[in-house]
Design a protein around this ligand. Structure first.
Ligand code: ZN
Ligand code: ZN
Length: 178
C-alpha cells in the first residue's frame, strides 16, 4: 500500500491552490498517494509578535499532532505567512529529516508582476519537492541545479530545477526500499 501525503493550507488566505500543487507533485512522487486536506487555522502558538513571523519548527510539531489525528503518513503544510527558525532571518520551509511533516511558505516566493505566475508556481513546486525530499531522508546537495540544493536566497531557488540530480535520485530509491 502506498503511503499518503496530505497537502494542507495553513491559515485563511492562500496565494496558491493546494489542488494545483497536488497535481504537480503527484507525478514526481508516484509512491505516494497525494491528497489535499481541508485548510486549518494558523497555529497561533507559532507566532512571534516581535518578529512578526511564524516559528516553523513549532508548526512542524503542530502538524505532527495533526497527522496522527487524520491518520496520514506525511503532511506538507503550505503557508502564505513568513517563517523563521532562531538564528536565521527567514526560511523558505522546514521538514523533519527523515520524518512525516514539512512546511513551506509562499511569502518570499512572490513575484512582482502578475504575469509571472508561472515563475511563482515553479518556485513553490521546487520548495515543496525540496521539503518532501527531506521528509524522505535526503540531505542538502552540492549540485546547484539539484532541487536538494539549499536555497539561501531566491536566486538559488530560481537557478535550481524541480528534479533530483542522479545521485539524490539513487539515494531516494535506496531510502524508499528501507
Ligand atoms: Zn533544505
Ligand atoms: Zn542532488
Amino acid at each position: 500500500m502506498s503511503e499518503s501525503l496530505g497537502i494542507i493550507q495553513l491559515g485563511p488566505t492562500a496565494d496558491y491552490s493546494t489542488e494545483k500543487l497536488k497535481e504537480r507533485l503527484s507525478p514526481k512522487f508516484p509512491h505516494y498517494e497525494v491528497k489535499t486536506v481541508t485548510a486549518m487555522d494558523t497555529p497561533a502558538m507559532a507566532y512571534d509578535s516581535f518578529r512578526e513571523q511564524y516559528h516553523s519548527t513549532r508548526i512542524l510539531a503542530f502538524l505532527e499532532e495533526y497527522a496522527q489525528t487524520v491518520r496520514m503518513d506525511h503532511i506538507l503544510g503550505v503557508a502564505s505567512f513568513d517563517l523563521y527558525v532562531p538564528g536565521m532571518n527567514f526560511v523558505f520551509g522546514e521538514a523533519r529529516c527523515p520524518g512525516g511533516v514539512a512546511v513551506i511558505s509562499t511569502y518570499r516566493l512572490r513575484v512582482k508582476r502578475l504575469d509571472d505566475s508561472d515563475l511563482f508556481a515553479s518556485r513553490i513546486l521546487k520548495e515543496a519537492v525540496h521539503e518532501i525530499g527531506h521528509m524522505m531522508g535526503l540531505r542538502h546537495c552540492t549540485e546547484p541545479s539539484c532541487v536538494m540544493y539549499f536555497s539561501e536566497r531566491l536566486a538559488d531557488t530560481d537557478r535550481k530545477g524541480d528534479d533530483f540530480c542522479a545521485e539524490c535520485e539513487s539515494k531516494m530509491k535506496w531510502l524508499e526500499v528501507e
